[in-house]
Structure formats: C-alpha cells, structure tokens
Design a protein around this ligand. Sequence first.
Ligand code: 6R9
Length: 690
Amino acid sequence: MAETNDHSVANGALLFDPPSNLQNEAHVKSMQQYQKMYKQSIEDPETFWREISAQFYWKSPPTGKFFEYNFDVGKGPISIKWMAGAKTNICYNMLDRHIANGLGDKVAFYWEGNDPNDFGKVTYSELLARVCKFSNVLKNLGISRGDRVAIYMPMILDLSVAMLACARIGAIHSIVFAGYSSESLAERILDATCSAIITADGVWRGTKLLNLKKIVDDALKICDEKGHRVEKCVVVRHLSPSDEVVKTNVNGDIEEEPEACRPSRKLKINWQAGRDIWWHEMMTSVSTECEPEWMDAEDPLFMLYTSGSTGKPKGVLHTIGGYMLYTATTFKFVFDYQPEDVYWCTADVGWITGHSYVTYGPLGNGATGLIFEGTPFYPDAGRFWEIVDKYRVTKFYTAPTAIRALMKFGDDFVNKYKRDSLKILGTVGEPINPEAWLWYYRVVGNSKCAIVDTFWQTETGGHVLTPLPGATPTKPGSATFPFFGVIPALLTEEGKVIEGPGEGYLVFKQPWPSLMRTVYGNQERFETTYFKKFPGYYCTGDGAKRDEDGYIWITGRIDDMVNVSGHLLSTAEVESALITHKNVAEAASVSHPHSIKGECIYCFVTLKQGAEYTNDLVTELKNIVRAKIGPFAQPDFLQNAPALPKTRSGKIMRRILRKIAVGDRNLGDTSTLADESVIDVLFQNRPNNA
Ligand code: 6R9
C-alpha cells in the first residue's frame, strides 16, 4: 500500500502528517492553531473555559470565583473548584438542551447486542423519555439528591438510562464493571454506602452466559453481614423477552426476537421479595416527565473505583460542572466531532473510558454513539469491522490490547470489510507498541485515518496528552502533546524539573476542569497518593520521556501497579487475595510482559511449613484471585518461592522479582539483599511456560 504521508525524521522515528481530507474540515487545522489555543488555555484558563461553558445550560452563574485551587500540601488542604455555586443539571445538558435545539429525532445511541441479530437504537427524545421515567422510578424508591446508587450492568441502553437518571435527580452513581467478583462489588458498595443497586438478570459474552443477579445477590449478602443493608435492587430483564424494548434494525424495521440469545429459562434467578424489583414493572406506571434537580457545579456526579497501591480501591470522585465541560470539549477536539458522525467507543461503561467517552462526552455534543454488548471475537474476529460497516462508523476508539489480539488473527478478518467510513482511530489504556500502532494505521485505517493515542486516567476525567487529528503530526507510540489547559512536567526523583529531552515522573502543574476532586471519604489518601511526593504538582504515577521534538512518550507505571489489558490492578490487591489460602504464608506479585494483554501478573508464593506445591494448588490460587477480584485479574504465572528476596529491613525487592519473572540474570545491585542464596532457588523454580 502506498503511504504518502509518513516519512522518517532525524531521530529515526516515523512521523505521520494528519490526513489532508480530515485537516480541511477539522476544528483545529494546524500546529500553529493548536499552539495559539493552547497558550491561551494555560495563560488565561478562566477566559478559555468560560467561553466553552457558555455552550451549556446554567440555571444560574457561579457565585464566587470561576476557578480556584490549591495544589500545595504545605499551604493547606488540596482543593480544586470550577464554577462553584453555578446551578445546572448534566442530564439536562446531555438531553433536553439538544432536543430544544432540534435534535430530538437524532439517534443518540445505536445498540448492537452480543448476537449480531440483536440490535436497536434510541433517539434523543426517546432517551429523555426513558430517563425521565427511570428518574421517577428512583424517586419512588426513595432515592434522592446525594444518595449513592451502585450500578452493575451489562452494555445495554438501560445502563445509560440508569446513569443519566441518577444524574437527573442528583444521586451519585457508582458503576462497578460487571466483570468484578461479588467480593469486589461488595467492597465498593460498602465504601460508598450505596442504598440501592441496579443490575440485570444476566448477559451473554460471546458464548458464555453470566448470571449477574447471582453475583449481586452474593455481594448484597456480604454487605448484610458487614452491617450495611442495600434496600433496593432493580433488575433489568435483559435475557427474557421484554415488551419494553422492541428490537429494530438500523432502518427502524421491527426484527424478530432472536431465539438464540434469549434462553432466559436456563438462568435461575433468586428473588428477595421487598428488595428485588423488576425494572420493566416499575417503568409501566411512571410519567415520562421529570423536572431535573438543579445541582451545584461542584456537587458530586459519580465515583469510580480504581486500584490503589495499598490494595484497597480508591473511590475517585468527579463533580458535575468541570467534568461536563472537559469531557465534551476533549470529545469535540480529539475525535474532531462533526454532526453527521457515527462514533463508537468499545470500552465498557464500567471503566472511566465508558463514562467519559461512551456516555458524557458524546452526549454533551449531541453526537450519535454506539453501544456494543459483545466481544471483538464473537462470532469471529471480524466483528468490530462488521459493525463499523453496518453503522458506517466514522470515529472509532479502542484499546491496544484489543488491537494486538486482533492482529494475531491476521489481516483477512479486517480486509473482508470495507471500513471506508472511518476517519479517526483512537487508542487508550496503556502504551501502544509501534507495531500495533502501525497495524491499526495501515490495515484497519487503510493509511487514511488519523490515529489518536490518548493518555489519561480515571483521575484525570478526560484526555490529558493527545494528538489533535487535524493538527498533530503523530509518532507511533507517543501520546504527543497536552490538551488545552493541561501543563505537563517531567520531574527527577528529587523533584527537579527536567527541561528539554529527558525521562522522569509525569506530573501536572495546575488543574483542568475534570481533574478528580478527592478520594470519596478519604481526603488524606487523596493528598498522600497524588500530591505529597512532589508538592505543587498532581502526580500521575506514570513515567514518561520527552524527545528532541518535544513529543511525550509514556513509559508505564512507576508504582506497584500492573496494567492488564488496560485495566490497572495493584500487586498488593492480588497478594492479599493469595494469602487468604490456608497454605500460603506469603505472596509477592509483579508485572510480566504479555504479547496481547501488554502486562500480566506473575506471582511468587511461599507456602506454610508442610504444605505441598501442586498443580491443584496453582488452580486453587488462580481461582481465589478470580473470586476475590474478578476473572480479568487471574495471574498468568505462579511459582513456588521457598523464600522471597528481601532487604535487611524486610522489604520485598520487587525489582529483583521482576527480573526473575522474565528469566533475566542481570540483577543489578544486590548488596542490600539480606540473603542472596534465595535468588538461585527462585530461578530454578520458574514455571516452564514463563
Ligand atoms: C483511561 C484509563 C490509567 C493508566 C495510566 C497509564 C495507562 C492510559 C495510556 C496509558 C500509555 C496511553 N494509560 N492511557 N499509558 N499511553 N495512551 O485507562 O484510565 O484505567 O485509570 O488507567 O493507564 O498507566 O496511568 P485508568
């Protein structure tokens, strides 16, 4: 394939100019324009964001300063406030505002089920009616402003309805990815003291049927045992035929109920009278109108739990006004939003990417999005591209792990489909290796699409380092430059700023509107985790380097976090699961490279005296991690460790364990080891497949 717009640059890296057809229509058409806007955004953030805020509906303006913050622990509590005192409602801004502007009949979401014959759609007006009805359901259940509502749902339209209904009545949603175990779910419900949970009976993922209600039942039992009663559990009947949702094809024709994906009676659902309520039963008797609750811009919108290095998940708290502004603005510029777009982000709404770029960012712009319930491999590895053609998707956003997995199936699965509607391809979740970037660009995008490698975190709310598709020449593997309002810096261990090329800790100097406000219920942990190490900066926990051209390259986590398929897990979390086994005395886990997942988990386990290390034990240990955290956290490798390498003060030396895990005898300085003889034993005990 001829490539007209890539050429080698002095430092040997490839450089790709923005596709010229895209550049002509883009909101930002050149680096000069980007630089000019960027300069204004950091020199006068107030004016920059005030202008953007004017596109949204506010019941009343801010009562104090537009923007205020303290990033310095030495000067008092860390605080970040945007537009405090202003009154708005984010659900109103996502739906009613667009309908008032004539977008009522525009498709808000296409829905594509796990089974290719199972699909539907919802317009902005229909979505508003459903959201209002469910808002009234929530109110009837006694839920009001400030209450926390847990959501544990598959990727169905009712998930968006549930989130937006919470936002409409001022309740705070806490979505837990429906792949977490009942224990993980319980831990999150307890931390947020949620008074209700919304779930579904079950869901098909590929050929697997998951009983979500059972996981919720088990979680609620744990909550009960710990003294917290979740009063209400609303259940969507997703597997059984439902008269609520009429499935139609893209043209609006009613399709037959596909038999294959509706074997409801196979699933046994337990029902606790008084607590459990069918969604569709509650929805029949409520009005399609519901006045939004007018909230303060700084009121909480949601919390979303992310792994912490201590092992206990942190409830990252986002507030309404700033999050709304920033997700809509990044969506507009990074995906160069145009009204006729069909946009598809494959992330599950249970992760931050699904919050910001399936739900709030696209709806904030009145865009048409797509929600996909299934997996990239079902019925076969061409599913993504089949969907792209079916809906003529223009902007597509996925994770490097999915790209790498699909790459392994070969180009034929891609080439079978036209993909000629695609204009922009995005990636998020972990560093993308240049090989996967180039495959995405050349094979999926036919060398015609812009690639946007977006770096951000649950904590940042939206993209912070990213190319702009019509402006930024890209280098495979680099997230390039900061978004508007974001000031990155690289610091040395001592906190010295690295100017020009170099490598260090990636930090940010001042808040943009959607930076997290606190860790729910734990301000101290918020300050210690993100602000103590380098006073005056928000610390990402990632390392990065800057090249001669000023491009930023993320090098990965610098804390004890493992990024498995784009999902952060703490090694401590895995270790505490392992040591609950009766035969385990001690455990240490580290990150190990993996060709598809990016990273995977490698565990060293020290057994109690007399216990035997067997294949059965390995299976039991893997299952414990699956049960305690979730299937996606299952370790790929386990090994017997009669002893662990420790410093004289008793600290496990993970740096050395990481080397052993990959079989690298180049251990560097081992002088602080208390007992060097453990090393040889550990090398001998490596599993054959590692
Ligand atoms: C959005 C999301 C955050 C961590 C982050 C970093 C890694 C995300 C990346 C990336 C390199 C990218 N990460 N995007 N690393 N390039 N484009 O993934 O949030 O789940 O909180 O993970 O993911 O290590 O610190 P979250």
